[in-house]
Design a protein around this ligand. Structure first.
Ligand SMILES: Nc1ncnc2c1ncn2[C@@H]1O[C@H](COP(=O)(O)OP(=O)(O)OP(=O)(O)O)[C@@H](O)[C@H]1O
Length: 262
């Protein structure tokens, strides 16, 4: 059974059909690329999978559960997390604080309680559940920072980080919720070739380390072809092709629609 099944998915915005009868599935631990020209419907599919948009028709099955039209928080609880095309961080917080706030989503108490009561004896007493949990979350944040290569920027304000590192920080925050399926929306956007190459290695590393399945939207073909096990090609909302990087690269329809002929 595939981890994610998208069946005959359609999304219409008034007269515009942004996603038209698209089906594909993703096996556990696979890295799948979702590619296509601008406006092909890629981000709309992310928004349908994560519950931001209601589907017009079709269904989405994750881990044997129907998730279409469920609330976004519920879908996140099932184990799907995403990053965004336009980076979403707490721009004025440090790298460590950004990751820690994401780790707090796993806590039995709220971030507000941690800020309000963090200095009180009940929190500072090493025997309390709060203290132990806070310590565990900080440890998790340190670990994520290390894995994502951000430890030396620990106290940098997020907004002051180079673009490539902001994208890494966003991925670190996404990983904090221990997802099963990670959706990456243009993770290499704005990165130079060297940063893109390192990101490719990182995506494969986190897949293995966190037992992840990844679906990514990307325009950098080097990254898509280098990292993906399977690629789904969209054009004008419809699925144009699907297959291994080799199959997709050699598909005449794809060459014509997206890769620009030869
Ligand atoms: N909320 C919305 N209301 C109306 N139309 C929308 C909405 N969201 C997306 N669309 C339209 O749906 C189509 C698909 O958009 P989408 O953002 O999914 O494309 P995309 O493949 O992700 O493009 P890009 O590579 O440029 O990000 C576009 O024509 C877009 O204008």
């Amino acid at each position: 059974m595939a981890l994610l099944e998208v069946n005959n998915l359609t999304k219409a915005f008034g007269g515009l059909t942004a996603v038209n009868d698209v089906s594909f599935s993703i096996e556990k631990n696979e890295i799948t690329g979702l590619i296509g020209p601008n406006g092909a419907g890629k981000t709309t599919i992310f928004n349908l999978i994560t519950g931001v948009y209601k589907v017009t028709s079709g269904n989405i099955i994750f881990n044997e559960i129907n998730i279409e039209n469920k609330d976004t928080y519920k879908i996140a609880q099932y184990g799907i997390t995403r990053t965004f095309q336009n980076i979403r961080l707490f721009k004025k917080l440090t790298v460590f604080e950004n990751i820690l706030t994401a780790c707090h989503n796993n806590a039995a108490y709220s971030l507000g309680e941690s800020i309000l009561f963090g200095g009180l004896p009940v929190f500072l007493n090493k025997k309390t559940r709060f203290y132990k949990e806070e310590k565990m979350l900080k440890h998790q944040a340190e670990e994520l920072m290390e894995i994502m290569g951000l430890s030396d920027r620990r106290n940098f304000i997020a907004n002051n980080l180079p673009y490539g590192l902001q994208r890494r920080l966003e991925i670190a925050r996404a990983l904090a919720s221990n997802p099963k399926l990670l959706l990456l929306d243009e993770p290499a956007a704005g990165m130079n070739p060297d940063e893109t190459e390192k990101l490719m290695e990182l995506i494969m590393e986190i897949r293995d380390r966190f037992d992840l399945t990844v679906l990514l939207i990307e325009h950098h073909m080097d990254l898509v072809m280098g990292v993906c096990d399977n690629i789904v090609v969209l054009n004008f909302g419809c699925k144009l092709a699907e297959g291994s990087p080799f199959e997709v690269q050699n598909n005449p329809l794809v060459k014509e629609a997206y890769l620009g002929g030869e």
